[in-house]
Ligand binder design. Structure first.
Ligand code: PGA
Length: 246
């Protein structure tokens, strides 16, 4: 399966910074895209970077969406609006949405439905926190989140899963190979029972150029979701290069 390397800029960047990032990424893409590369800027920057990135063959996504197509939802953004800006993907259920904004798996599921209806690929994020892992409940938590976050209309074509253990996000504390092997195997088994084969499963959490190659070599790791390390195009491209087929 072709790897997907996704960069999540989170809440970073001005227009000038984003234009520069897009220019630098496009320059790198001009000498060949190693795999599917996706950038998820904050919503304020999508209008500026979507076109130059897409022209360079880089996919563009958003970090969240609302479940409705329109309406009185102050501050929210509909999936249809993201599609209109040139997005092909949207993250739903990221742990920062689940934790800081108290979003549930049911919320993530409704957002994924909205994404699909707008023609977007939903990247459904799941992951246990440190307490859940310490209590031996990592699998149970991730499996429960996956079952509740996946909409009935999910297919391998419109859905990507990202397992991002919360304790690994932004901490420098990447999951070890054995944990990644075990979790990705479980998620793939669950997905094959629910949706059939072919759904991409990404790993996320403190990915950087010194661990990306090892992570991508693990069976059932079909790509990476990169936060902090995606803010520097040189570093991000090193990671993306590891996504090239052997
Ligand atoms: P990180 O973030 O790479 O900075 O740990 C990953 C994410 O939250 O998607």
């Amino acid at each position: 399966m072709r790897s997907l390397i996704a960069g999540n800029w989170k809440m970073h960047g001005t227009l000038a910074w984003a234009r520069d990032q897009a220019r630098r990424l496009a320059e790198k893409a001009a000498s060949g895209l190693p795999c599917d590369v996706l950038i998820c800027p904050p919503a304020t920057l999508l209008g500026t970077v979507a076109e130059p990135l897409r022209n360079a063959g880089i996919l563009v996504g958003a970090q969240d969406c609302h479940h409705a197509t329109h309406g009185a939802f102050t501050g929210d953004i509909a999936a249809t609006m993201l599609a209109d800006l040139g997005c092909s993907h949207v993250l739903v259920g990221h742990s920062e949405r689940r934790t800081i904004h108290r979003e549930s798996s049911h919320d993530a599921m409704r957002k994924a439905v909205a994404a699909h209806q707008a023609g977007l690929i939903a990247i459904v994020c799941i992951g246990e926190n440190r307490d859940e892992r310490r209590a031996g409940k990592a699998f149970e938590t991730a499996a429960g989140q996956l079952a509740r976050s996946l909409p009935a209309d999910a297919t391998a074509a419109n859905t990507v899963i990202a397992w991002e253990p919360v304790w690994a996000i932004g901490t420098g504390d990447t999951a070890n190979a054995a944990d990644v092997v075990a979790m990705h195997r479980l998620v793939k088994q669950q997905l094959s029972a629910l949706l059939g084969d072919g759904v991409r499963v990404l790993y996320g959490g403190s990915v950087n150029p010194s661990n990306s190659r090892e992570l991508l070599a693990i069976e059932h790791v079909d790509g990476l979701l990169v936060g902090g390390a995606s803010l520097d195009p040189d570093i991000f491209w090193q990671i993306a290069t590891d996504g090239a087929p052997d």
